[in-house]
Design a protein around this ligand. Structure first.
Ligand code: SAM
Length: 294
């Protein structure tokens, strides 16, 4: 089985592959490849992959982490946008018969359909060293489209990992914190320094595991409305909650309705959105629906 032993997680092998294919790193695709076996081991063990699992990897690069995932999982689907990487992946993953490579922008892939076809609709595990320029759309897309997920174990910028775990009253608290907390339980696996990547990113990274809730921690009648309220509050962070909601093009409540809903929350009329908890946003959404007569 030695031909299936992962061999890419070090600088020498990565350089070898890159030179063999004359590959040029594309900044626009957020290409920073992992070159540290300890970090790879940590990600794989945190993801708790078994031979029952379908794993979706976003952005396999030259296939470094994919080799580890292929050894641990039943099946891996690796989605890579950069067509220059496809021949490389076909080479580095040739020993594994349980890997499918899709050359596509992950934001355009119907992951619900993929989970249905390849996993009978059962929850999949997402594992990725994410391209940082689209971290938030990727995570929000997975959640909002209700892709059947067990967990998401991902490398992100350190500050994004912080934002996911913050509560009200901190500068990092925002729409992403609330979405992550509504859908999942975040856990910081490890901080990862710049020298674990090639080329080195400018800022530190962190691996975070989001274990998806079977049931959200709060109940809300209209989840979409709650997220519209959250977005409206944080789009204008420095304004009061009332102003944020009044100014949002996504919302069409009267000033009076908004004032009354805030009063029903039993908070100050000049409260800022960033002071509200997830429970309070859920209540605000329910009250506004009620005021509409719904
Ligand atoms: N997994 C590899 C590793 O750890 O060495 C590469 C990680 S690198 C940070 C991000 C990868 O995502 C790159 O291979 C990049 O080409 C790919 N990527 C960027 N945007 C993407 C998109 N929209 N859809 C799919 N893959 C994308």
């Amino acid at each position: 089985m030695s031909d299936k032993t992962p061999y890419l997680g070090n600088p020498q092998k990565t350089i070898e592959v890159i030179q063999k294919y004359d590959f040029a790193f594309q900044k626009k695709f957020g290409q920073n490849f992992l070159i540290d076996t300890h970090v790879l081991d940590k990600i794989i063990s945190a993801a708790e992959i078994t031979k029952d699992d379908l794993v979706v990897e976003i952005g396999p690069g030259i296939g470094t982490m994919t080799q580890y995932l292929a050894c641990a999982a039943r099946e891996v689907v690796a989605i890579e946008i950069d067509k220059m990487l496809i021949p490389i992946l076909q080479d580095t993953l040739s020993a594994y018969d349980n890997v499918t490579i899709i050359n596509e922008d992950v934001l355009k892939v119907d992951l619900n359909k993929l989970a249905e076809e390849k996993n009978g609709g059962r929850p999949v595990k997402v594992v990725a060293n994410l391209p940082y320029y689209i971290t938030t759309p990727i995570i929000m897309g997975l959640f909002e489209n209700h892709v059947p997920l067990h967990s998401i174990t991902i490398m992100v910028q350190k500050e994004v990992a912080d934002r996911m775990r913050m509560g009200p009253g901190t500068k990092d608290y925002g729409a992403l914190s609330l979405a992550v907390q509504y859908y999942a339980e975040p856990y910081l696996v490890a901080n990862v320094p710049q020298n674990c990547f090639m080329p080195r990113p400018k800022i530190g990274s962190a691996v975070i595991k989001l274990t998806v809730h079977e049931k959200p921690p709060v109940t809300v009648r209209d989840e979409k409305l709650m997220f519209k309220l959250i977005r409206a509050s944080f789009n204008q962070r420095r304004k009061t909650l009332a102003n944020g909601l009044n100014n949002s093009p996504e919302l069409h409540y009267s000033k009076e309705q908004i004032a009354e809903a805030i009063e029903r929350l039993e908070v100050s009329p000049s409260v800022r959105g960033e002071a509200l908890t997830l429970e309070q946003f859920a209540k605000l959404a329910d009250v506004l629906l009620e005021l509409e007569g719904k």
